[in-house]
Design a protein around this ligand. Structure first.
Ligand SMILES: Nc1ncnc2c1ncn2[C@@H]1O[C@H](COP(=O)(O)OP(=O)(O)OP(=O)(O)O)[C@@H](O)[C@H]1O
Length: 920
């Protein structure tokens, strides 16, 4: 399994290292061969393309032209293929157990094989693409070479043709010259014109035979000339043909190039898709390709449909035009008919008017006639009455005056009647005149009517003519339109059949595509199911592997714990054998401040092979010191802590441990014990390690941790965690009768976690007295004592342990004259030195195994009595400076360290209750 993953990682790394392949060089037509199988599926009607690509392959170009990239891919793929085949064989049980073991013991999971198979197929595809690109480049260059060769040939041919034409033309010219000369001679012979000088040849003798010969020669020359001309025409035709051929070739080349370009673009597109779709599976890519082709086909289908629609509209167009024309004609005819109707109506109106007038006139004439007749009758009647009048007159003459009067009256009446008659006659005359006038009007009207009628007839004829003309036009138009539409329809039908044929050819492709698409879809669906199943299986296997691993890890954990306990036991033995007081020395590096001040010369050197000895030089004398461990200036805080970690952790087992940093002021004591926020020192790391160990022992032991921080400043104990840090505290014997010391009123905080501890430590640091001296700009002017008391209870046995860890950052020893201390600072320095002296004395006494150890000489030694005495573990971290200017202090510190080194505290002892048993 490991080998498998390594291989996979190698391939991925190799791919990433190589980056994306360079863009393909100009490609040739062999891009067709990139995916022959797919093309064969999609374009079965193009077998020649496939065959060409096949022939290319047969020629062995594929094998020969494998470039560096494909070689690299093959390099990458070959072991993978071998590995997979081996795995498969192993899975089928063909492989011997040794081989199976060589493969990593376990057989790979099926999803992994499938994933690798996909990767393989991708690699194969990738390699194939590379090869195809190279082949394309090759083919393209071949094509270019061929084109150049053909052009050259063509140029040469053209030149040769031109040369030949030139020759022939010059020959014709010369022949023409000869002909012209002969003609001149002939003309001269015939006496048409005097012989003209011919520069080409002298005139032949003028005889009839000569003339005949000349004529013959002229005709022969003319025949030759004609032949030459024919030849020239042939040559010209050849030239034209050659030109045509060239153009055709150029056109075909252009087409080929165009086609190739298209193919190249297609290939590039495909390549791009391949490149971008590195993570996409082959089936998805195929689906994508098919979808794109499907889209193209759909588009062509829609185009065809559009064409069909267009055809339908085009076929509908002539009939629409005809209908339109028809409509126009119809409206025109209607217009003419309405105008005719109007005219007819007008005519009828006029006729009506005329007849009405005539009737009226006739009526009037009739009335007048009647009146005239009446009047004539009346006149006649009057004229027929004279005898009466005469009678009356006679009677008047005879009879009386009355009768006379009546006669007169009758005469008057007669006169009146005559007048009336006259007037009637006049009137009659007038009426006759009127009648005549009206008869004239009537005649005029009649003329008008007849004119109207003529006009109407004319209009009617015109209309009929026009209608017939229009109908003829209409027929013609209809005929024309039908012919045109038929032609159009024919064309459209042809197009339609073409389209249908194309559709028919496309249909199986589309069908095939659809089936392949659906099969691909189902494959993809199946693949996703298969993939999910594979993932499920892989998860299940992972879970089982994880559970196996967790069981194994539990086992390992148990073993580890056991080992740790053993290691601790042996370490404790070792420490006991070594002695329970250990002296470590840390060299402070030359700081930037020192460099700025120009203090770079050192007085301390270490031996390359040894990590426990160093040599100090002072006043020309060198002295070598042997200590438990020397930390070089470049040693890290972690390295320092790792050295004392076991001692620290032994507190949990009930040991009292004291770690104190000793050294001149500014030598790095506080740095080593407290550290800096970004790189904490022993204090924080010790507490962290204790908590980690407590967590690891959870369930076995129960621990409680309490913390107190004191400072001894000017021989006064101060509680740095108390509410009143300035309050003086004292050291007393514990009233519980255990004989141990205790500080009444000292704040001991039971802490639950590291965060609380950090808070307490920062509070203590804030409350600690520090001032600036010549030696250190933030010098600790007191001894700081961090005491961690850990009481533990064994959950199964009930054994109780109590361990104490004292982490002491001593105040810096200093030479008063050098530090420039005065007043309060001087007093501080004196107290510091006094307490350090007391510490020296205590160690001296311990070393001398004196019965009395002067612990009470200083508050520091008194307070550390529990941790410095017999049966305790002590670590002194001596801090020294490398610089020559501090060589005196360095020598003092090292001498003190050497003294401590010789102290024997005896075997360390655990603080366990009376019923407890040792656990180690
Ligand atoms: N190993 C070291 N690596 C880097 N810097 C250090 C190292 N040791 C000490 N220093 C730097 O030297 C300076 C003095 O160190 P520090 O205050 O720890 O000295 P000190 O011995 O505690 O002095 P004092 O006794 O006066 O308190 C500090 O700025 C500290 O960061």
């Amino acid at each position: 399994m490991f080998a498998f993953y390594s291989l996979l990682v190698y391939i991925v790394y190799a791919l990433l290292r190589r980056g994306p392949p360079p863009l393909p060089p100009p490609q040739g037509p062999d891009a067709f061969s990139a995916e022959p199988a797919r093309r064969r599926k999609l374009w079965p009607e193009l077998p020649e393309l496939d065959s060409s690509s096949e022939s290319d392959r047969d020629n062995g170009t594929e094998e020969e032209e494998a470039g560096p990239d494909s070689g690299f891919l093959e390099d990458a793929a070959t072991p993978l293929t071998e590995f997979l085949s081996l795995k498969r064989e192993a899975a089928e049980g063909k492989l011997c157990p040794a081989d199976t073991e060589a493969l990593g013991g376990k057989l790979p999971d099926s999803p992994l094989i499938s994933v690798m198979s996909h990767l393989l197929s991708f690699l194969e595809h990738y390699g194939q693409m590379q090869r195809l690109q190279e082949q394309a480049g090759e083919y393209r260059s071949l094509l270019r070479r061929e084109e150049r060769r053909r052009r050259k040939q063509l140029r040469m041919l053209r030149r040769a043709y031109r040369q030949r034409v030139q020759d022939k033309l010059s020959l014709i010219e010369s022949l023409e010259g000869v002909i012209c000369e002969q003609q001149n001679v002939m003309e001269t012979l015939h006496g048409m014109k005097p012989p003209s000088a011919c520069p080409l040849s002298p005139c032949p003798p003028v005889t009839p035979v000569g003339v005949h010969r000349l004529v013959e020669s002229i005709s022969a020359l003319q025949g030759e000339r004609n032949k030459l001309l024919e030849e020239i025409t042939g040559l010209r035709e050849q030239l034209e043909e050659g030109e045509k051929e060239r153009q055709q070739l150029a056109g075909s080349f252009g087409l080929q190039v165009q086609e190739l370009k298209q193919q190249i673009e297609e290939r590039e597109e495909e390549l791009r898709r391949l490149r971008t779709g590195m993570g996409v599976t082959d089936s998805e890519k195929r689906i994508h390709n098919l979808t794109v082709e499907n889209e193209g086909l759909k588009q062509s289908l829609s185009v065809t449909q559009g064409l069909l629609q267009q055809l339908a509209t085009v076929s509908a167009q002539p009939s629409a035009m005809l209908a339109k024309e028809n409509e126009g004609l119809r409206s025109r005819v209607q217009h003419l008919e309405t105008s005719l109707q109007q005219k007819v109506e007008e005519l009828v109106g006029l006729e009506g008017q005329a007849s009405a007038m005539q009737w009226r006139k006739e009526q009037e004439v009739r009335r007048l006639d009647e009146r005239i007749q009446k009047l004539q009758l009346a006149l006649e009647t009057q004229q027929n009455r004279p005898p009466d009048v005469q009678y009356v007159t006679q009677t008047v003459e005879v009879e009386s005056p009355t009768t006379l009067r009546s006669l007169v009256e009758a005469e008057e009446r007669n006169r009146g009647l005559q007048e009336q008659l006259c007037s009637q006659g006049e009137r009659c005359q007038r009426l006759a005149e009127q009648l005549q006038g009206s008869e004239e009007v009537t005649a005029g009207l009649r003329d008008k009517i007849s004119a109207y009628e003529c006009e109407i007839t004319k209009l009617r004829e015109e209309l009929l003519r026009e209608i017939s003309h229009l109908e003829a036009q209409k027929e013609e138009a209809v005929k024309e339109a039908s012919e045109c539409s038929e032609q159009h329809l024919e064309q459209l039908r042809e197009q339609l059949t073409g389209v249908q044929r194309r559709l028919a050819t496309l249909q199986p492709i589309l069908k095939g595509m659809k089936t392949s698409y659906s099969s691909l879809r189902s494959q993809v669906r199946d693949f996703s199911e298969f993939y999910e199943a594979a993932i499920r299986e892989a998860r299940r296997q992972m879970c089982s592997a994880a559970s196996e691993a967790s069981e194994a890890s539990r086992d390992l954990q148990w073993k580890y714990q056991h080992e740790v306990l053993l290691r601790k036991k042996y370490h404790a033995h070792l420490v006991e054998l070594k002695g329970n007081i250990r002296v470590l020395c840390r060299l402070k590096p030359v700081t930037e401040v020192d460099q700025r001040e120009g203090e770079v010369s050192t007085a301390v050197s270490t031996e390359p092979g040894s990590d426990s000895s160093l040599t100090a030089r002072y006043k020309g004398k060198e002295r070598t010191f042997e200590l438990d461990k020397v930390f070089l200036p470049e040693a890290t805080q972690e390295e320092v802590f790792l050295e004392i970690e076991p001692l620290v952790l032994s507190c949990l087992d009930g040991y009292n441990v004291c770690i104190f940093a000793y050294g001149q002021t500014g030598s790095g004591k506080t740095y080593t014990m407290e550290g800096v926020p970004e790189d904490p020192g022993i204090n924080q790391r010790a507490l962290q390690a204790l908590y980690q160990e407590m967590e690891a022992r959870e369930g076995l032991w129960k621990y409680s941790v309490s913390l107190s921080v004191v400072e001894i400043y000017n021989e006064v104990i101060r509680d740095l965690l108390g509410k009143e840090p300035q309050e003086k505290l004292d050291i007393k014997l514990n009233p519980d009768g255990s004989g141990q010391l205790h500080v009444p009123g000292l704040t001991s905080v039971e802490v639950q976690g590291l965060r609380e501890i950090r808070k307490m430590l920062s509070l203590g640091k804030r409350n600690r007295a520090t001032y600036c001296t010549n030696m250190n700009e933030r010098s600790s002017r007191s001894h700081a004592l961090l005491t961690v008391t850990i009481t533990g209870t064994n959950c199964s046995t009930g054994t109780k342990t109590s361990g104490k860890l004292n982490l002491v950052d001593l105040a810096g020893s200093e030479r008063v004259w050098k530090s420039g201390a005065q007043g309060e600072r001087l007093k501080e320095a004196q107290n510091i030195n006094k307490s350090l002296l007391a510490l020296g004395e205590v160690i001296q006494a311990l070393r001398a195994k004196q019965g009395h150890v002067p612990f009470r000489n200083s508050k520091l030694t008194y307070l550390l009595q529990d941790s410095l005495g017999k049966g305790n573990k002590t670590v002194m971290m001596v801090q020294i400076s490398l610089l020559e200017k501090n060589a005196g202090e360095t020598m003092c510190s090292l001498k003190f360290a050497q003294r401590v080194c010789k102290v024997e505290l005896g075997p360390a002892s655990r603080r366990i209750d009376s019923w407890g048993r040792s656990e180690l």
